[in-house]
Structure formats: C-alpha cells, structure tokens
Design a protein around this ligand. Structure first.
Ligand SMILES: Nc1ncnc2c1ncn2[C@@H]1O[C@H](COP(=O)(O)OP(=O)(O)O)[C@@H](O)[C@H]1O
Ligand SMILES: [Mg+2]
Length: 257
C-alpha cells in the first residue's frame, strides 16, 4: 500500500459545522434548507440521497465554492462569511476535492494533474515524483501516467481525480460520487484508500448514492431528501440493499492487508 506517502497527515484538526443553513441559486427556490450538521476532526461520513437531493450543493459549500443564503457555515473553526480571497485560498489548500465531473486539466498529463496540488502549495520536492507514481500505480494507472485526460476513459479520469485529491494529504477530503464511474472492485479499492487517509487523521466526506458501499464501510451517513436532512444515520434500515456485488472484492482486499 502506498500509505507511506500519506504519513504525518495527522495534525491540525479539521471541522465542518452547519447551523440551520439554507441555499438558493440566484432567485430560485431554496434547494437546501434547515441543514444542521457537525463533522468532528478525524471523522468519516457518507452523504446519501437520490439525484437532485442536494449532495453536490452541500459539498460546494464545504469547499467554499458557494456561500449559504441563510444560516452559518464554519470550516476549521472559521465562519466562512467574510473570508478574504487569500484566506479562502489558504483554507482550500487544506481540502482535497474529487469533483463529480473530475475537472482535470486536459493539457496536463495524469502525472502532472496529480502533482498540481503539491506544486501549488509549495510541497513539491524530490520525493513527490515518486509519491505521484506510487499513488497512480495504486489506483491502477501505472500504464497511463503520461496520458492526457481526454484520451482516458471516465473511470480512469475519475481515478486521476481521486489521486489528485489525496496526494496533498488534506485535512478534509470531499468526494462527490467518487466511485460513480468505477466497477465494484475498483470502487472498494478506492474506498480503502479513503479509509487509510482517514486513519491518519483526514476528515472524510463522501457523497454517494451507492447504498451497498455505505453498508459495507459502516460510517455514519447523513441522508438528504429534497434538500433536507431526513436521517442522520442511513445505515439503519438499509438491510434490503444487496451488497453481494462488492462482497467478494472487499473480502479479497481484507485478506490481502
Ligand atoms: N448551479 C445551479 N443553478 C441552479 N440550480 C442548481 C444548480 N446546481 C444544482 N441546482 C439544483 O439544486 C438541486 C440539487 O442539486 P445537486 O446539489 O446537484 O443534487 P445532487 O448532487 O444530490 O444530485 C437540484 O434541483 C438542481 O437542479
Ligand atoms: Mg451531485
């Protein structure tokens, strides 16, 4: 496992806190309302709900791309209202994001895309080339390190996006449907990467509609429906969802670790 590269991510506490938050886009209706939640440093949460429930919008507020139209959002102990551009940029450096639509830079290779957060934060050093290679190999892209994103499949691009999100050992990892383009075996492998990151201190928040993954990994789940939290823990009552598909791959992974 490539987690030597993630060592020492433990450190400063991360924290997400929403107090009666609402969000509307422009003059439209509130698409999120009465959202109150708190994610403690080092915790791991799933955010579940049907398409259109508001998962991506909630994550957008967590990485400061969107401000609430009502209520208060606190990140790392800072109220995000009134942050300067510079302060926003500094906070963002502590957050790794896997966007639902990947947002890779098409003119940079997979390797360069993954290395970008290290370069931006000034963390690139002689070790980082090796770290990038190790991580790309772990996500199954050893043969595609010098490929440009447009030549990669959706699942391959998603894995580059995941590698880019974790390479900087963020305090907070936000992943929006990070396994949406992956087969079950690869999805489980990637979730184990997030588990390892979490063990060394990263607070992890994963939006997904994949109930079998939520059941398998047994972290608290916040369920959204029509823009409201309907249950703080979706693992209860999820028995009807078959997890046979990922079961085999998960036990194989466990056996190997
Ligand atoms: N940029 C936007 N402008 C206007 N409405 C949006 C925008 N993004 C999302 N929405 C609306 O907000 C609601 C929640 O969307 P989203 O946060 O993408 O949900 P999910 O990620 O759970 O599918 C939907 O009704 C969607 O149409
Ligand atoms: Mg979404």
């Amino acid at each position: 496992m490539p987690f030597s590269i993630l060592a020492s991510a433990k450190g400063k506490p991360s924290l997400v806190r929403f107090e009666d938050v609402a969000l509307r886009y422009g003059q439209g209706p509130e698409i999120l309302k009465h959202i109150s939640l708190q994610f403690d440093p080092g915790s791991y949460h799933f955010l579940v709900g049907a398409s259109g429930a508001g998962k991506s919008s909630l994550l957008r507020m967590m990485y400061l791309a969107q401000h609430p139209s009502a209520g208060r959002v606190t990140l790392f102990g800072r109220d995000i209202t009134g942050l300067s551009r510079h302060e926003t940029a500094l906070l963002r450096r502590r957050i790794g994001v896997v966007f639902q639509d990947f947002r890779l830079l098409d003119h940079l290779t997979a390797r360069e895309n993954v290395a970008l957060p290290l370069r931006i934060s000034g963390k690139a050093d002689t070790r980082s080339d090796k770290d990038v290679e190790e991580l790309l190999t772990w996500v199954g892209l050893a043969d595609h390190m010098d490929a440009l994103p447009p030549t990669l499949s959706g699942g391959q691009q998603q894995r580059v996006a995941i590698a880019r999100a974790v390479i900087g050992r963020p305090n907070l990892l936000l992943a929006d449907e990070p396994t949406g383009n992956l087969d079950d075996r690869m999805a489980v492998r990637l979730l184990y990467l997030f588990e390892e990151l979490n063990k060394i201190g990263t607070t992890v928040v994963i939006a997904t509609h994949n109930e079998s993954l939520v059941r398998r990994f047994r972290h608290p789940a916040t369920r959204l429906s029509d823009g409201e939290i309907v249950s703080p823990d979706a693992t209860a009552g999820a028995e009807e969802y078959a997890d046979a598909a990922v079961g085999g791959a998960a036990s194989a992974e466990r056996g190997g670790s």
